[in-house]
Design a protein around this ligand. Structure first.
Ligand SMILES: [Zn+2]
Length: 285
């Protein structure tokens, strides 16, 4: 890895989010703690400063979505504890999309909690091939497809496969209640395209068609409350600042249907630009 790339990674750590399943050290600062907080109802943020993890609490135990790096796990554990919950009460672990910064911690969380590990079917080959830096095998206990549900203690999450960023990227929806109203909650996977090859990608020949279908599908959800695999995608810093300053009667800052649609539009535009540039470069060669 050359010095310039290394420098770029520090300046723009998101560059790493797309990297293939190589075991790289996590970018500096990504595991810094972030204040854990309630998003709405029984949905909590327990991730690090750059990597999202979500806890869904129920009377029959809790669900964790995404473990991040193995070195993120103690940060997540501390966040769960700080909210007053027991890490060992995690009964189900929904694995994040199949990139190291979302799944490397799965074996450790499985060891610590014995949770059932849920993985999307299209991610299974990559999860199995993933070279965990400690040589651990990635756990897979249940495989899910588009439309499948995960239920525990009265809460049900629905899987929505939105391929492109990975071949089986899954977003999860769940109903969330606040002040007598029920909102459509949506935990987005990722629409990030940084560093991706759209022309002549032999590992993922239908990547362009997948992304196009995903942008269309992403718009179709009646999203009201949303979050994503990286805080930067949904304006976590700004929304958390609003949450902290929130007074009675103020709206919950995570209710953001327009922000969600704008996010899809922004990432679709980036995709179109990069695809056009790659196509014209290929033509010129
Ligand atoms: Zn990723």
């Amino acid at each position: 890895m050359n010095k310039l790339l290394l420098k770029k990674m520090v300046v723009c750590p998101l560059l790493l989010a797309w990297l293939p399943l190589a075991a790289l050290a996590q970018p500096k600062g990504w595991n810094d703690p972030f204040p854990p907080h309630k998003i709405m109802d029984n949905l909590y943020y327990v991730g690090t400063s750059q990597l999202s993890s979500f806890l869904i609490t129920t009377p029959e135990g809790n669900i964790l979505i995404s473990t991040d790096y193995e070195t993120s796990v103690p940060v997540i554990e501390a966040a769960v504890k700080q909210l007053g919950f027991n890490f060992k009460d995690i009964k189900i672990l929904i694995s994040g999309h199949a990139h190291p910064d979302h799944i490397e911690g799965d074996p450790l969380v499985k060891e610590m909690t014995g949770a059932q590990v849920v993985v999307g079917r299209l991610e299974v080959p990559y999860v199995k091939a993933f070279k965990n830096p400690k040589g651990k095998q990635q756990p897979i206990d249940r495989i899910v497809d588009d439309g499948d549900t995960v239920s525990l203690g009265g809460t049900t999450l629905t899987a929505h496969v939105l391929p492109g960023h990975t071949k089986g990227c899954i977003a999860w929806s769940l109903p969330l209640k606040e002040s007598g109203k029920t909102y459509y909650g949506f935990l987005e996977c990722s629409l990030n395209i940084q560093g991706m090859q759209f022309v002549g990608n032999t590992d993922y020949p239908n990547i362009v068609d997948d992304f196009r279908a995903t942008h269309k599908k992403a718009r179709s959800f009646p999203v009201e409350v949303w979050a994503s695999s990286h805080g930067v995608f949904y304006g976590l810093d700004e929304k958390y600042a609003k949450l902290k300053a929130r007074k009675e009667g103020d709206p919950n800052p995570f209710i953001d249907p327009e922000g969600y649609q704008a996010h899809v539009t922004e990432f679709e535009k980036k995709f179109d630009e990069v695809l056009a540039a790659q196509l014209s470069k290929a033509k010129a060669q």
